[in-house]
Design a protein around this ligand. Structure first.
Ligand code: FBP
Length: 306
């Protein structure tokens, strides 16, 4: 694997990390069709946990099989595949070394009312399965947010000490946040910044709407004329909150939607300077050939081809 200058420059932003962690960040950035570009597209498949099996897989039944997702990510030439323990274990031998993997170590489920997550995977599991990173979700704003941050503090320390990378899903929800607040411009930027402060190497947030939700922050956004008029402008600002672009930030795909809207959104993410996308339902809920064609278009957008 020849690490490109572009990727070397990105690795230099991780000033405190050991060679093992840097090698794993490099693996994530040097795999697949976007290898070496500094951009990434990741397939996440933890929706079976978060939303339930039928809601996740019934739209495309072959997706009940964990092997399906490894193969989809590999054939689409994505940078990495992220999933909880059982999913990764179910394809661990067949796909060993075939694509960088991210072990999602905590999850929520739709049967609970708590805006919290259970830790069900470990750094040891990630090493045993040959993963490049652990993935962890926090819910900024929830009543349990401090506990989640404390849990991740310990796991980040452990992961970094054994040379793994850390990917953090930072999804505001719970507490006093309403639906509009969860994806508001200022709240999303705040969630991204907190993930950077917690020590994440790669941050995952949702694409923000134009809503300014916190009263005090709104005054500053308006007074300082922080432009949130287009999605690309909002992404530009979110990247600033990731230490002026010193941290990698990928944006989630969301519920399955029509191709034109998804591609328009991805172009805006790219134009705003996003590192890339993490696209789950929009990929695996489509028939395989359709998903591969769509992922090809998404990759082409990040390559700079419109
Ligand atoms: P999608 O592209 O399917 O939205 O996947 C991204 C993701 O972060 C998953 O990892 C996670 O299961 C899901 O979104 C959570 O979605 P939500 O927060 O809407 O329940």
């Amino acid at each position: 694997m020849k690490v490109t200058q572009k990727v070397k420059k990105i690795l230099a932003n991780y000033e405190s990390d050991n060679p093992g962690t840097k090698a794993n960040i490099a693996r994530l950035l040097m795999h697949g069709k976007l290898a070496g570009t500094g951009k990434m597209v990741i397939l996440p498949v933890d929706q079976g946990f978060e939303h339930g099996p039928a809601r996740s897989f019934a739209p495309n039944p072959p997706a009940y099989d964990p092997h399906y997702h490894f193969q989809l990510a590999i054939d689409a030439g994505l940078n990495a595949y992220a999933a909880p323990l059982g999913m990764l274990e179910a394809g661990a031998d067949t796909f060993a070394g075939a694509i960088p993997t991210i072990l999602k170590v905590n999850s929520a489920n739709s049967l609970s009312t708590n805006k919290d997550q259970a830790v069900h995977g470990s750094v040891e599991d990630a090493l045993r399965l040959g993963c490049s990173a652990i993935g962890f979700t926090i819910y900024p704003g929830s009543e349990d947010q401090y506990e989640m941050m404390e849990e991740i503090r310990e796991m980040i320390l452990e992961a970094k000490s054994v040379g793994l990378a850390v990917v953090m899903w930072s999804y505001p929800r719970g507490g006093k946040l309403d639906k509009a607040g969860e994806t508001a411009f200022d709240v999303c930027a705040y969630a991204c910044h907190m993930a950077a402060l917690l020590g994440a190497h790669i941050i995952k947030v949702k694409p923000p709407t134009a809503v300014l939700w916190q009263e005090e922050a709104k005054k500053v956004y308006e007074a300082r004329k922080i432009d949130g008029s287009t999605l690309a402008k909002r992404i530009e600002h979110v990247m600033k909150t990731a230490f002026e672009g010193r941290r990698l930030v990928v944006f989630s795909g969301g519920e399955a939607k029509d191709e034109a809207s998804l591609l328009a959104e991805i172009k805006a993410l790219r134009d705003g300077g996003a590192t890339g996308s993490i696209v789950g339902r929009n990929a695996f809920q489509r028939p395989r050939e359709e998903a591969l064609a769509l992922l090809e278009k998404i990759v082409a957008i990040y390559k700079g081809n419109d």
